[in-house]
Design a protein around this ligand. Structure first.
Ligand code: ADP
Length: 689
């Protein structure tokens, strides 16, 4: 290997370099091969190679030492070693290497330069520094620091000769540059692939997460994994008080702030600055930053990024590395993408929390009321159900009911019928129903397009029982009154037969007859209602409603004619229904005669019908006095009569509509009213087919 003349040695050296190193493309493999090439070919037993290993960083790092370092302290020092170009250049002694020149010095001289730590590895030796340049325009990409000892006679390797070392520097430099570019390109490509995969995974995981603390935890975890940071923390920022509160931290040996603690202003450091400005910051050497507060020993680089919610900073994520320039632009880029996603996830998490809170509030309110409430969505699934409803239907717990189909949960035919008719008719349906628990409920089922169907049930059992008692009393008294009333009537007839009265007395007798008639009507109505409510047996037959309505109109027409009221009927061919004809006749006689009674002179009454596959609906409409909303609420109650000057002279018992409603319901039908005071009323009777 050792040639007599230098020229021959140079040719041999370049040839060997080419052969051994020219085809290597990975930088770490190159570094190792280069080191063993030097050890094998040069009279040098100890050297260290520094190289520009990171694309972004402007400086040299430790690449390899020969022989390998085994001392733990020295290894730690070498791992965190980073020599910035401008610091190297600033040293008088080292300046020439930037012009591609060799520098020779004794290690104790070098000890006082930025290369002091390296010089200490080779104490008391002559040293030669060989710059590795990437091309002829002297771009320093590496520095070979070699120990020079007097060669022994049998050492056949090359001497550390200026010319040879220069060749080593330029050729080795060119190869190193080549492998660095290759490695960096591969790195960049795999980083962006890796980033894409991670972001996809993050999106999927974030979409599944609705707990705020979990979102923050996940973010920090990903940021740590992607950037290889040695420590990371997340602090919540409260803009109104300008304070940071430590929320999470990983990787600090002895953290100076505890989780959950408010970070004092003077210890806010770079994170507080970022929270205030809303801009991410990458501090390549924290020791140079006046705001830096030491969170833990051996931190060199910090990357702090704000997390926004509705354009306000709500948190700051800080990543730290124990290497100078430990993060590069690709890390900043990734972390910014991450925090943007975090903003959306935080929003979602907060919205979910708020909705949940509202739901709990609603559930508390619903749980506190005595009425039973069930809310069903448009597809028939239970959205809400309160405790009272659970008790009424003897159901399982709320959590098991939510999301179930109402029709598969509550097997209560009357209620399901009401629910169905509210959907079919798209209007509020009100009925009283009795549940198997023996209690009676006043049920209101209404269809709200934005929510669904709301069922509210009010327990009226107690009221029903007292009413029942009252009705029984009234019925008994009425029954008992029938007898003395008949006696009175008999004596009145007798009086008339046996006496000759003057005109005035005749008038008094006439009034007695009217009063008698009214009382008789009242007693008949009361007893009839009592019979119906006790559960009359309907004599069901096929009823021709066209015929019933026509006959009823004929019977009432004389009363209408007296007031010049027109009765108009616009009826289609109504199919027969199964009903008790005399009771159905009673229903329409009541409604049509009411329409005539409560419509002033010259008005009109219209009767029309609607035939649907499942029901027929008869409407009795007038343009009479109309009924105010307050009166409408009680109009079907027994004895309820509207008290207005216009109705003062109209006779009635206030029982007609109560009887009508009971009869319609006995037929499984429904009655409803639409009316406006001063404009008229429409009573709609719906009967199943
Ligand atoms: P009444 O024997 O008093 O007619 P009802 O039960 O039949 O008893 O009616 C109750 C009240 O409802 C009446 O007193 C009247 O004020 C009101 N009403 C009933 N039908 C009509 C109508 N078509 N137009 C206006 N008001 C009516």
């Amino acid at each position: 290997m050792v040639n007599a003349n230098i020229e021959g040695r140079v040719i041999q050296l370049v040839h060997d370099l080419n052969l051994e190193l020219g085809s290597i493309i990975a930088d770490d493999t190159f570094v190792e091969a280069f080191a063993s090439f030097i050890a094998e070919n040069f009279q040098c037993d100890q050297f260290t190679l520094l190289a520009h290993l990171q694309r972004e960083a402007q400086g040299l790092e430790h690449a390899i030492s020969w022989p390998a370092i085994t001392d733990a302290g020295q290894m730690r020092m070498l791992r965190s070693l980073f020599l910035e170009n401008n610091k190297l250049e600033g040293e008088n002694l080292l300046g020439p290497i930037f012009q591609g020149k060799l520098v020779r010095a004794h290690s104790h001289v070098l000890r006082d330069t930025v290369l002091g730590d390296i010089a200490n590895l080779m104490p008391d030796s002559d040293m030669v520094l060989v710059p590795l340049c990437s091309g002829p325009d002297v771009n320093l990409i590496g520095l070979l620091i070699m120990e020079q000892r007097p060669a022994t006679a049998d050492d056949k390797r090359l001497p550390l000769d200026d010319g040879l070392l220069k060749i080593l520097g330029t050729t080795g430099g060119a190869y190193l540059a080549h492998t660095l570019v290759h490695t960096q390109t591969v790195d960049m490509f795999s980083t962006s692939m890796h980033e894409m995969n991670i972001l996809q995974q993050i999106d999927a995981e974030l979409n599944d997460t609705i707990a705020l603390d979990k979102v923050f935890e996940m973010l920090l975890d990903w940021a740590l994994r992607f950037t290889n940071a040695s420590a990371a923390s997340m602090a919540l920022y409260e803009a109104d008080t300008d304070t940071l509160t430590m929320m999470l931290q990983y990787g600090y040996h002895q953290p100076h702030v505890k989780v959950g603690e408010v970070i004092p202003h003077q210890r806010g450091g770079i994170a507080l600055r970022v929270a205030r400005s809303g801009h991410a910051e990458l501090i390549r050497d924290v020791q140079q930053d006046p705001d830096y507060v030491q969170l833990s020993d051996d931190i060199r680089t910090q990357l702090s990024t704000p997390i926004f919610r509705e354009e306000r900073v709500i948190a700051v994520m800080s990543l730290q590395s124990n290497k100078i320039a430990g993060f590069d632009d690709s890390h900043v880029n990734f972390v910014e993408k991450l925090t943007r996603r975090a903003g959306v996830a935080v929003d979602n998490a907060r919205l979910f929390e708020e909705t949940n809170r509202e739901r709990q509030k609603l559930s508390l309110i619903l749980g506190g009321i005595v009425d039973s409430v069930i809310v069903v969505d448009a597809d028939g699934h239970i959205l809400l159900v309160n405790q009272s409803a659970i008790n009424a239907f003897n159901l399982r717990s709320e959590s098991e009911l939510i999301g179930q189909k109402l029709t598969e949960t509550i097997y209560q035919a009357d209620l399901l019928r009401l629910y169905q008719s509210a959907i079919d008719r798209d209007e509020q349906v009100i009925r009283e129903i009795e549940l198997p628990n023996g209690r009676t409920y006043h049920v209101v089922v209404s269809d709200h397009s934005s929510i669904g169907i709301i069922i509210v049930m009010h327990d009226v059992t107690h009221y029903k029982e007292t009413e029942q008692l009252k009705n029984e009393l009234v019925a008994t008294v009425s029954h008992d009154l029938k007898q003395p009333l008949s006696v009175m009537r008999g004596y009145l007839d007798l009086l008339q037969m046996t006496n000759k009265f003057d005109e005035r007395s005749q008038r008094y007798i006439g009034q007695l007859f009217t009063a008698f008639h009214h009382m008789r009507q009242l007693i008949d109505d009361i007893l009839d209602l009592a019979r119906i409510e006790a559960g009359i047996e309907l004599k069901l037959e096929d009823v021709d409603l066209n015929k019933v309505l026509a006959q009823t109109i004929v019977a009432i027409r004389p009363n209408a004619d007296e007031k010049d009221i027109k009765i108009m009927s616009e009826l289609p061919d109504i199919p027969t229904i199964s009903a008790d004809e005399s009771r159905i006749r009673q229903v329409f006689a009541n409604l049509i005669s009411n329409a005539v009674k409560y419509t002033p002179y010259d008005g009109w009454v219209k009767i029309f019908a609607e035939v649907k596959p499942e029901h027929v609906r008869i409407v009795v409409q007038d343009n009479g006095l109309g009924i105010s909303p307050e009166d409408q609420a009680q109009i079907f109650d027994r004895f309820y009569r509207v008290r207005r000057p216009e109705t003062d002279n109209i006779e009635g018992t206030g029982l007609g509509l109560a009887i009508v409603r009971s009869l319609v319901e006995a037929h499984n039908g429904e009655i409803s009213l639409v009316s406006r005071l001063g404009e008229g009323s429409s009573f709609k009777v719906t009967l199943p087919r």
